[in-house]
Design a protein around this ligand. Structure first.
Ligand code: PLP
Length: 364
């Protein structure tokens, strides 16, 4: 057996190879490559899937985040609350606009601890950015209530959780704007960079649509200083194919994770938990261990690749030194960075690959 990698994007391609190849040729031969019918159709189909009024396709998940804060008018002098243990792009979405991230510790489900949000609210707080990390929906009842009470904007970072639900309602529909990434490794992945926002507010959708295309709604007439963040026709075409199979693909990943949950038995590891009322679409299967680095080395020697999501929390990264936060500022976040480990997980993962990972961990 080949080395087991943390993720295998080629397997996802081969599952629907013919459809992807046909679509690529169709778009190549159409003569229309930017903002055409594929993008329009994908936006409509994805909005329907999420249960949102509008979807606007963009060039990446990071663009979705920073453009979201930009159109909400959140920038210099404003504070945005976000969990400490997120991918750094969440934080960059805030700081690109000049706003200041205010970090809150995560709960045992790796999402923001809603009971610790209110103590961080100041006169400058304008929004909460909730990240549905690893694929699990956050504690939305509580978070929506806090945002309403304090008149804060709510932005969702849905990059890892396409299709996850809280009490039956899909993420990306709870706040002002939902931000999605379709980076190839995400659960709904393109074959290149891509992203989108969802919103129920027609004005926000319109502002994002104009902003992504140099601030222009009519050719050569520019309403605002925008950017170029357009979703390619070819990527939109690929995403439409993946979207058709998204629930099926999620079911396959769920079955693998159920095997991990039922068959992994080792006192040295802690398995992930799912909050009551939340669903998990298993972007990553993240365990915790006090022996993490040693376990990772042991698995590597057995030809099993694993990844740490994420070894350095944003507040301790060199990029955010200017925020002035030191080691010890966020003890839970920092502890997670030292103990989390993502096991191999991908669509098309063979049963013998799953068995091999389970046996190796149980024998550790
Ligand atoms: C991947 C990711 C992003 C950024 O998406 P890109 O498409 O790579 O720009 C943002 N937030 C989270 C939580 C992510 O996992």
């Amino acid at each position: 057996m080949d080395r087991i990698q943390p993720n295998r994007l080629d397997r996802g391609f081969f599952l629907y190879q013919k459809e992807f190849e046909d679509k690529a040729l169709e778009v190549l031969r159409s003569g229309w490559y930017i903002l055409g019918n594929e993008v329009k159709s994908f936006e409509k189909e994805f909005a329907e899937y999420v249960g949102s009024e509008h979807c606007v396709g963009l060039a990446s998940g990071l663009d979705a985040l920073w453009i979201a804060f930009r159109v909400l008018g959140i920038g210099v002098g404003d504070e945005v609350i976000v969990q400490g243990n997120t991918y750094i792009a969440s934080v960059m979405g805030i700081t690109i606009n000049g706003a200041t991230p205010v970090f809150v510790e995560p709960d045992q489900y790796f999402n923001i601890d809603a009971s610790k949000i209110e103590e961080k609210i100041t006169d400058k707080t304008k929004a909460v950015l909730v990240v549905h990390l690893y694929g699990q929906a956050s504690n939305m009842d509580k978070i929506v209530e806090i945002c309403k009470k304090h008149n804060l904007r709510l932005v969702e970072d849905c990059a890892q959780a396409h299709g996850a639900k809280f009490k039956g309602k899909q993420i990306g529909t709870f706040g002002d704007i939902g931000c999605f990434s379709f980076y190839p490794s995400k659960n709904l992945g393109a074959f290149g960079d891509a992203g989108a926002i969802t919103t129920n507010d027609a004005n926000i959708a319109d502002d994002v649509r104009v902003f992504r295309n140099y601030g222009s709604e009519k050719r050569y007439y520019n309403r605002v200083v925008g950017t170029n963040s357009r979703l390619d026709e070819i990527q939109a075409g690929f995403l439409r194919i993946r979207l058709k199979y998204l629930d099926e693909l999620a079911e396959e990943k769920k079955n693998i994770c159920e095997r991990y949950l039922n068959e992994l038995h080792n006192d040295k590891i802690e398995l992930p938990k799912t909050r009551e009322g939340a669903t998990h679409i298993w972007h990553q299967f993240v365990i915790r261990s006090d022996h993490r680095d040693d376990l990772m080395k042991y698995l590597d020697e057995k030809d099993i690749g694993t990844i740490i999501h994420y070894p350095i929390p944003p507040h301790l990264s060199e990029a955010y030194k200017y925020l002035g936060l030191k080691a010890g500022a966020l003890p839970i976040t920092e502890k997670y960075a030292k103990t989390v480990l993502s096991l191999p997980l991908y669509n098309g993962m063979l049963k013998e690959e799953q068995d091999f990972v389970i046996d190796a961990i149980n024998n550790y």
